[in-house]
Design a binder for this molecule. Structure first.
Ligand SMILES: [Mg+2]
Length: 315
């Protein structure tokens, strides 16, 4: 197997503000694995604040893998890219039909001043999204409550409203903000605080369902979350947790423990988005996934990974 690496930069239309800070662009390492005239692609794009390696560490890890393709990189983003490229190469070589169908995807609204929330949520609804995720916990709790209430009013029964605090609230903040809204109006909140031991209390006191995301970094952490009863939904980012094989493994653990799963982009480029789309169709075809991120970029993505009327469709 021959492996080639190429780096590229994708620019976001607007800075995406979360509790981890502001992101303006994504630096991506594209991986091509080739053998016997077939090719498989993968992609690594680490981002600060998610327990991943840096971009240069990822590049070094992949360069070492190029020299010795029998040993997958240990660094999580690099490992995910390599595992994805290998799986896609195997798919290309096999006679299995490519994934077909479509998957519903949510729109993402960044956490900025409340003035823009109305236009962003209205735009997402007009685009046909069945779920809208609003980033919270990047400013004060009063602003969060105002933004959430504006979003609830606009969304009504047209779509599901999801929140993502990226671990940015204290337990007190989480209880304060979520108690101020009707739990029936919020589909789930991702990572309300940085400590998953808080989450059961947040769920029990506010009635809002909890999604685990950044905390799902490795298998022992997954087992801890299950043991704590911390979350009702696991948000799985294949480009962070080790590519398709690792995602299937965590999805199976979730299923046997009555935990729902959603597949999510990590502000991914086209290759990782496509791979995540296919996994979403395979693992949870009836959910609304976090894969509507292509439209956040200035750079033009291929049509099969750009939301069309709230869905991604296989070509
Ligand atoms: Mg999240």
């Amino acid at each position: 197997m021959l492996v080639a690496l190429e780096t590229r930069k994708l620019r976001l239309r607007h800075p995406l503000v979360t509790a981890h800070g502001s992101t303006t662009h994504r630096k991506i390492i594209e991986v091509t694995a080739a053998e016997d005239g077939f090719q498989g692609h993968g992609e690594a794009a680490p981002l600060p604040g998610f327990g991943l390696e840096t971009f240069s560490e990822s590049l070094t890890a992949l360069q070492n893998w190029v020299k010795n393709p029998n040993r997958l990189p240990d660094a999580p983003a690099a490992r995910s890219a390599a595992a994805t490229a290998i799986e896609n190469l195997e798919k290309a070589r096999s006679s299995i039909a490519p994934t077909s169908g479509k998957i519903a995807v949510q729109a993402l609204v960044g956490s900025s001043e409340s003035s823009s929330i109305e236009s962003e949520v209205s735009h997402a609804l007009n685009q046909g999204h069945l779920a809208i995720k609003v980033k919270v916990a990047a400013s004060d709790t009063k602003t969060d409550i105002a933004r959430i209430q504006s979003a609830i009013k606009l969304v009504g029964s047209e779509a599901a409203l999801r929140l993502d605090a990226n671990g940015g609230w204290s337990l007190e903040d989480a209880l304060y903000v979520l108690s101020a809204v009707d739990s029936d109006d919020v589909d789930l909140v991702e990572e309300p605080t940085a400590n998953p031991l808080d989450w059961k209390k947040v769920n029990e006191e506010t009635g809002v369902k909890i999604g685990a995301d950044e905390q799902l970094t490795n298998e022992s952490q997954v087992h801890q979350l299950i043991k704590y009863g911390a979350a009702q939904t696991f948000v799985l980012k294949p480009s962070v947790i080790g590519g398709p094989p690792a995602t299937r493994k965590v999805a199976e653990l979730a299923r046997t423990n009555d935990i729902d799963i959603l597949i999510s982009s990590f502000l991914d480029g086209p290759i990782a988005l496509r791979s995540a789309r296919d996994l979403a169709i395979e693992l949870a075809p009836n959910e609304i996934h976090g894969l509507g991120t292509a439209s956040l970029f200035i750079d033009k993505f291929p049509a099969d990974v750009v939301p069309n009327n709230g869905f991604l469709r296989c070509p």
